[in-house]
Write a protein that binds this ligand. Structure first.
Ligand code: HEC
Length: 162
């Protein structure tokens, strides 16, 4: 009798923790996607421009946007100073374009305490309709190789290229 109660209890605890982790993942993705669409974001150097892909970028042509926390980290030239770091809470949204059509959001969020953070950043990609292309739960494993090689600006690449 006692044993079966224990078994049921173990099952409930296990099921709940699995549910908790997958909920957290879903929530993080949904919030990041919503934040990336926000009209409050500011354009790189204040210009609504599509930049050409450079530096062996896999992303394609793009617009670049920042939340106000990220903007506060930038110098007067609109770039993160060499050796500088983005403030906690910074959001960088790269809108990828095919011609004039938005095809992807590639995102870096400075959230060092997140369980999904790698090098203090959370990494993700979403389609314009919110479908997850690169899940936060992958811990940026496909992103950080390029984003840590030769970068002196807190794992970002654009400021040296544009
Ligand atoms: C093959 C190398 C490579 C990989 C892999 C890569 N990136 Fe990038 N990324 C770049 C380069 C280069 C730039 C600058 C592109 C440019 O200026 O044209 C960039 C720019 C960005 C930016 C704009 C901020 C910045 O760094 O300047 C974001 C956001 C971004 N990438 C997110 C991601 C995410 C998320 C992943 C993983 C899903 C990823 N990247 C994987 C090379 C890469």
């Amino acid at each position: 009798m006692k044993k079966s109660i224990l078994r049921v209890a173990t099952f409930i605890i296990l099921a709940n923790s699995i549910l908790y982790i997958s909920c957290k993942k879903k929530k993080t993705n949904e919030k990041l996607y919503e934040d990336s669409k926000s009209s409050e974001l500011s354009f790189y150097k204040g210009k609504d421009t599509i930049y050409d892909a450079k530096g062996g970028s896999p992303h394609g042509n793009f617009k670049l946007k920042f939340n106000s926390t990220a903007v506060a980290s930038l110098g007067s030239d609109g770039k993160l100073p060499v050796g500088g770091n983005f403030n906690e809470g910074s959001l960088i949204v790269k809108e990828v374009y095919s011609g004039n059509e938005l095809t992807l959001y590639a995102i870096m969020k400075k959230d060092s305490k997140s369980k999904f953070a790698s090098n203090k950043w959370v990494w993700a990609e979403y389609k314009p309709n919110g479908d997850v292309v690169y899940n936060v739960s992958k811990d940026g494993k496909s992103c950080t190789s390029c984003h840590s090689s030769g970068t002196t600006r807190d794992f970002t690449r654009s400021f040296d290229l544009h």
